[in-house]
Structures are given as C-alpha cells and as structure tokens.
Design a protein around this ligand. Structure first.
Ligand code: SAH
Ligand code: MG
Length: 197
C-alpha cells in the first residue's frame, strides 16, 4: 500500500476517534522492528488495522501477524483495510475478547504488541511471556496513560486501569527475565526484551 492510501486509513481512524498508534510511538516501534526482523508478531488490539498494516512491512519473508479485536465493526473495517493494503496473506485477525482467546493460543512470537484494555495488561503480560521467543520483545502502548500512572491521581473513574498499569510496570521492571525500558513517547511506551539468565 502506498503512503497516500495508508494516510487515508489513518485520517479516517482519527476522524472516527479511534485511538490508533501515535506518530512518534510508531516511529520508535518501526525502528525496533527493523532491527528485530520478526517472523511472527502478536498484536492485542487491532482497531481498524492501522498499526498491523504499518508493522507488516517489517516482517521477515513469509512472516505473519496475528491480531485480536473484540469490536465487530472495527474487525469489519480492519478486514477491508487489510485487503486494500494487500496484506491478507500476512495479517490474521482473530475476532473476540483477547482475555478469552489468548489462553488457547500456542504459537511462538518474536514480538508481542499490547494495545488493548489497560485493566488487562498484567494478564496480557502473562500470556505474552508464555509465547515469547527468547530475545523477543513485548511492546506495550499507553503505559503512562496521560500521566495518571505516574501521579498520585487515583480518584479517577479509570482507577482500575491505572492500578493495573502500575502493576504491569512493576512486573516488567522487576522480572529478571526481562530487560525493560519505558519511554515517554506518545502515551507511554514500554519495551521489554526477554533475556536468558
Ligand atoms: N493497535 C491499533 C489501536 C488499538 S485501539 C492501532 O494502533 O492502529 C485498542 C483496541 O483494542 C480497540 O479497538 C478495542 O476494541 C480493542 N480491545 C480492547 N480490549 C480488548 C480485549 N480484551 N480483547 C480484544 N480487543 C480489545
Ligand atoms: Mg494505543
């Protein structure tokens, strides 16, 4: 898909208020993918397929992305976008709740991109660790959640999300099998590499 077509998908998503990956975050992730040359990527949170289409350019030959989305309308639009991008052979969409679907996944992945319900990040982490290849990356978007995560702000209606994001950050920073960086790019991006001990 050419850049102009991709920009159209992005613009429509922004108009529809769909929280697609921010430009500066995308830039960081694309650099990581360029180095990693992943064969298999797992994405949790497809939305309309924008990030998956962007990532698909960095797969190794015959590489694949499995991506999960629970919103029926978004799945429909993602399928159309992926078809327009001629990426149907690279991107598989799984329709449903990732919390229910992930325990049945048994593939190995080189990169897991977490970009869905913030209250479920600790659960997604557990599932990602189970399926991540050694030297693989777990990248999570929105981990600083507009700064709420790093402030003492906890009367917010999103406090469950904030509590779970804090738990997620503790786990990735304290797990001896992970090497983690947290970047203040976009809405906060964590990058954790699975290392051998
Ligand atoms: N990665 C996309 C944006 C994803 S937005 C991009 O950058 O282009 C987050 C998406 O996750 C939303 O579409 C939402 O419906 C979906 N989502 C949230 N919780 C989910 C869950 N538990 N299972 C599956 N999808 C979920
Ligand atoms: Mg996001």
């Amino acid at each position: 898909m050419n850049e102009k077509e991709l920009q159209k998908i992005k613009q429509k998503a922004l108009e529809d208020k769909i929280p697609i990956i921010m430009d500066d975050t995308l830039e960081v992730v694309q650099k990581l993918l360029q180095e990693q040359k992943p064969n298999k990527i797992l994405e949790i949170g497809t939305a309309v397929g924008y990030s998956a289409i962007c990532f698909s350019k960095y797969l190794s030959e015959n590489g694949k992305i499995d991506t999960i989305e629970r919103d029926v309308e978004r799945v429909k639009e993602a399928k159309e976008n992926i078809k327009r991008a001629e990426a149907e052979n690279k991107i598989n969409i799984y329709e449903g709740d990732a919390v229910e679907l992930l325990p049945n996944f048994n593939e190995k992945y080189d990169v897991v991109f977490i970009d869905a319900a913030k209250g479920k990040y600790p659960f997604f982490l557990k599932e990602a660790m189970r399926m991540l290849n050694e030297n693989g990356l777990i990248i999570a978007d929105n981990v600083l959640y507009k700064g709420y995560v790093m402030s003492d702000y906890n009367k917010h209606k999103q406090r469950t999300a904030v509590r779970n994001l804090r738990e997620y950050i503790s786990e990735i920073t304290e797990n001896p099998n992970l090497e983690t960086k947290i970047l203040e790019v976009g809405d906060g991006l964590s990058i954790s590499r699975k290392i051998k001990r």
